[in-house]
Design a protein around this ligand. Sequence first.
Ligand SMILES: Nc1ncnc2c1ncn2[C@@H]1O[C@H](COP(=O)(O)OP(=O)(O)OP(=O)(O)O)[C@@H](O)[C@H]1O
Ligand SMILES: [Mg+2]
Length: 583
Amino acid sequence: MRSALVKVTRCVGPGYVIATRETVGLDAQCVEVDLGRFWTAVDSERLAEAWDVGRGPLLPGFDEDWVHGARAELRNRVAGVLDGLAGAAEESGDLAAAVGWTRTVIERDPLSEQRVRALMLRLVRAGDRGAALSSYEQLRARLANELSSAPSPKTRLLAERIRAAGDGPPAPAAVPAASAPRLPPIVAARARLPFVGRDDELAWLSEAHGRALAEGTLVAAVAGHPGVGKTALAARFAVDRHAAGAAVLFGRCRPDGPTAYEVLADALAQLVAGAQPDQRKRWAAEAGGELVRLVPVLAASAPPPVGEPEGAARRTLAAVTQVLAELASQRPVVLVLDDVQWVDTPTVALLARLARASLPGPLLILLTFRRAGLGEHDGLRDLLHDLRRDGLLVQRTLEGLPAADAAGLVASAAGHEPSPEFALALQRHTDGNPFFIEEVLRGWDDAPVRGRDAAAIEAAIAGQRLPEGVQRIIGRSIDQLPDRSQDVLLEAAILGSAFDLEVLGALAELAPEALLDTLAVPLRIRLVEEDADDPGRLAFHHALVREVLLARAPAARRAAVHARAARALEALRGAGNAAQIAR
Ligand SMILES: Nc1ncnc2c1ncn2[C@@H]1O[C@H](COP(=O)(O)OP(=O)(O)OP(=O)(O)O)[C@@H](O)[C@H]1O
Ligand SMILES: [Mg+2]
């Protein structure tokens, strides 16, 4: 052994070999091992380099037992590197590269169903449904030949859905529009109104639809303030999908004590009303009494509902699922449920099950709901939470329109292009809320739409009478606040569109912490917001909130608060805070 070591040292030079009584090795500082480079690259997430170094077999030609284990481990890690490369390519929008990397990992691990499913989904997203299905066929043949087995139900279901889905995103034009059920009247009516902007949101919805095409059922939720354009966006999207061959169903929740399943009944009633008599008869017979209960128009074609009340929820789910499954087997289905902040509890339970049901074709459930008050109701919040956890939900909050789109809206409402100054002032005043923009413009005979003098425009907008619709909507958010918060907001409104916390605290006679407690909810629902440059100041989110607060308070009350505000300012000035107050 010693003479062997001497020989090695002579060959490689001194300092490389480290030998103790128990071990003999090479000094890691002096030699470079490709495996070491691989691990370093993996640890620092340089995946392309890791693949470059680790792609070959470990120690080819060696056949010792330990080599087999190490080789398998390295192969696993390299496969993980390839998965990472594919994911990163997809995220950066390079689907071709994502498909390439996924194919490479499958060459090395052809029986991995999970990877074949990923490849199928990526191919569908890249618009190559045929290749996705042939990858599935290759997997099926290999499993049969090599393991005498078949793909798992999950992989089979994916293949069936891809087969049923038509040409895949972005335009699932599998079925001619003429044969799809007619557009619900409310959606058709909305589609005739002007529509501006929202390109990002529409692209996001198309992507969600693409996912539903590939994966089955997906829920997309659009939240936002009243009047921000949730229904308009849902209707525009639904019209586009309908034109591409999808079936569109539309139901709306109502605020005043909804009866169970009302919104679904709404959506299905239109479908049933438009169906052929023999189809109605079949639905009535097959989907049973609960469907008749939901859609009474079916009663003419079927016996009255029967069954024990305790099984009613299950039977209703079965009935709704059956109708949707039948529809989805022919074409993608978009089910729009509008204003689900008012949804009834049985519908929430049904939606939770429906989203997980296995339908033979794609279903996108598009929910819209207001989030202007103190949050959605518990049932809805839990539903969204559970769906998100299971990867079945995508969600987005709709903000007001940016100035450029607000200009487009003004142009369509006023009949001519506004000046950029006017569009910007109106956008600021209303926070780009299209309903508020329309309301402010309404009844304004002589709007300075083309004016260029920003100050004059601001003054003209501020001098407008506060539209009733705006008052009602913002008033409703204010009504939901605790009384003390409402009082403090009125005091803030008297101080100005932006206000100093110290001054407000003095006026409201609240210590800083108590004041912040009182403002916590208005801040959360964004009636007011913090000044990014000055932590001591807050501002109303848009001017209309302040105007509504002032308009709602009786004149005597406003005068009293004014007087107190003057005294509070005086007292603070006396205490030497004049500089702060002056801001
Ligand atoms: N992108 C848009 N382009 C043009 N007009 C729009 C747009 N979005 C909304 N509007 C108009 O603004 C008004 C309010 O929109 P919409 O009814 O969609 O709001 P919403 O968010 O659904 O409100 P609510 O919470 O009250 O249901 C409607 O008159 C609508 O036509
Ligand atoms: Mg709406």
